[in-house]
Design a protein around this ligand. Structure first.
Ligand code: ARG
Length: 569
């Protein structure tokens, strides 16, 4: 039950107009507070305090009201009945959307032959959680790992391989695609070094850069040797991406279709642009002007073909929109990337609108902030390199291991991995995704405070109570104390939280909800003994019921964050 919504709508219905409902931080005077008297006074030209006196009895009649009283200039504070709380608090259920949407979600979006790095952490973790939230809300999502698997970076990789293995058959004129190629393979880690090396060389060596351009163009035109080579390293790279995201407990992508797949739709997209007169020649290149007269910020044109005739990153993104419209025909496409790409997406969305492919309001770019080190600069490994995702996972795992041994706990490697991943993910999810944050491995792996391990620990504790219980959880009308009450009220706030997380695309709401819930659980646990001998059966069953729905609520939240709960901690 969404208690807030229920209370708010009941009041509005009773009074016949819409008022605002607040949840005061301090529950001493009430669980909710409404400004109905102020709103009503304005409508009826009356004094708010007077009107509050008239309204009060009507509010007191509502089935959930224990007591109501007037405060200040005419606020009405409402306390909810204990039995109402106990009866209605339950484990959250996946919802049915009134209008289920089909949503294409573009996140992850890794690059072939480049390892996943820290810049991919948030798109992976937040993207996965948003995906799970949308599904929970009853929508259909189709996730795309829109890979950087085409274009110049592939030319770079092939040019590098050609440089180190000039004698390989792929580079010979008489290349036979049917020959046995099984001995030509790569170690994934080695493969990930090719692009950075090639790109560094290309900066200083013009002739190497020329080779890259030629190879890129030939690859895209179907050169047999280059394509055979591509077909060898691409799956190796894909597998290593999958390994990393599996470690992170990210749902598998529905599609690993990226730039290469999009590029298959070059012809129809080009025709669409030409038919609408949107392509302009510019110094040998072809561009689309997206600037509007009303723009105050710079809005450069989008290059569709560069002067060598090659298609650009921007162009493949238009083609990807075309492809998705053709196949999924989604209501919305949502992209999740570093906020530094926001201009790219503004331009892209304008083209989508100009071509009539999509209404801009159904295209969304969520731009996230940077993960920094203690120095406030983008996080680097100890050796000073931009950190790979695997390095980050390792750093978090080491930090958990240290903490576990300091606390003389005996946990197996699997559990340590689970805790480390939860630490990393929870920390990412709890921050406002649009802002930067500082990544401090020691802090995020702490077992206390606003951390993933604290959340897991609380869940483990609840599971252990339920496992040890010898009687059934059963709600009954025993009186509940403040800690039980606060916990149940938080459980009744889950539906509102997820609704808001969904509407605002704000994963931090779920993470912080989970943390607050854990604090209330631990407060409850402290004052409400459950399995102790001196606790009567009725109280015990009632408390077990609270433990059970608290556990189920917490598990729903951790599932949405893609956190696994260990058996022991
Ligand atoms: N591969 C790009 C990168 O790593 C992100 C692609 C995002 N998605 C898109 N449709 N452009 O930065």
């Amino acid at each position: 039950m969404n208690l807030y919504k229920y209370v708010s709508e009941s009041i509005n219905e009773k009074l016949g107009f819409a008022a605002n409902l607040e949840t005061p931080r301090n529950r001493e005077f009430g669980d909710f507070s409404t400004n109905a008297a102020m709103v009503g006074a304005k409508l009826a030209h009356k004094n708010p305090r007077e009107l509050a006196n008239e309204i009060l009895p009507k509010i007191q009649e509502l089935d959930f009201v224990e007591s109501a009283n007037i405060a200040g200039p005419g606020f009405i504070n409402i306390k909810i009945r204990d039995d109402f709380i106990l009866k209605n608090a339950s484990a959250p259920q996946p919802q049915k959307a009134d209008k289920p949407l089909v949503i294409d979600m573009d996140y992850g979006a890794y690059n072939v032959a480049k390892s996943l790095h820290i810049g991919h952490l948030r798109t992976s973790i937040v993207g996965d959680t948003l995906n799970r939230i949308f599904r929970f809300m009853g929508h259909k999502t189709i996730s795309y790992n829109h890979m950087g698997d085409w274009g110049r970076s592939m030319g770079m990789v092939i040019a590098w391989i050609k440089r180190i293995h000039p004698d390989w058959p792929f580079f010979q004129d008489n290349f036979d695609p049917y020959m046995d190629l099984s001995k030509y393979t790569f170690d994934p880690d080695e493969l990930n070094t090719f692009y950075p090396q090639a790109s560094a060389l290309a900066k200083s060596d013009e002739s190497f850069m020329d080779t890259v351009h030629t190879i890129t163009a030939e690859l895209q035109r179907g050169h047999a040797g280059y394509n055979a080579l591509y077909n060898i390293f691409m799956p190796i790279s894909l597998e290593s991406m999958h390994n990393t995201i599996k470690k992170l407990n990210i749902l598998p992508f529905d599609n690993d279709l990226g730039e290469k797949n999009a590029a298959l739709y070059e012809e129809p997209v080009e025709k669409l642009l030409r038919d609408k007169n949107l392509l302009q020649k510019d110094d040998g290149a072809e561009i689309v002007v997206v600037k509007k007269d009303t723009d105050t910020a710079p809005m450069p044109p989008v290059m569709f073909h560069n002067s060598r005739g090659a298609t650009t990153y921007d162009a493949t993104d238009i083609m990807a929109i075309y492809y998705r419209k053709l196949t999924d025909n989604p209501n919305k496409i949502i992209y999740l990337t570093d906020s530094r790409q926001s201009l790219h997406f503004q331009q892209l969305f304008r083209i989508a609108e100009l071509t009539g492919l999509f209404d801009v309001k159904n295209l969304e770019h969520i731009g996230y902030g940077t993960i920094n080190g203690a120095d406030g600069k983008p996080f680097k490994t100890r050796s000073g390199n931009a950190a790979d995702l695997d390095d980050i996972i390792q750093i978090a795992t080491d930090a958990v291991r240290t903490r576990v041994s300091e606390n003389n706990k005996d946990l197996d490697n699997n559990t340590i991995d689970t805790i480390a991943i939860a630490a990393l993910k929870f920390n990412d999810l709890m921050h406002d995704l649009r802002s930067d944050y500082i990544f401090d491995p020691a802090a995020v792996t702490s077992f206390e405070g606003r951390t993933g391990p604290y959340v897991l620990y609380t869940a483990v504790r609840l599971n252990s109570v339920l496992n040890r219980a010898t009687t059934e959880p059963k709600p009954n009308n025993t009186k509940i104390n403040t800690d039980e009450r606060n916990l149940l009220l938080a459980i009744l706030d889950f539906d509102r939280t997820i609704q808001s997380a969904y509407e605002n695309r704000a994963t931090d709401l779920i993470a912080n909800y989970a943390y607050n819930l854990c604090q209330l659980i631990n407060a409850f646990y402290h004052t409400c003994p459950i399995l102790r001998d001196d606790i009567d059966l009725q109280t015990q069953q009632n408390r077990l019921h609270i433990v059970k729905i608290a556990r189920d609520t917490l598990v729903t939240a951790t599932d949405l964050m893609g956190l696994k709960i260990p058996n022991k901690m």
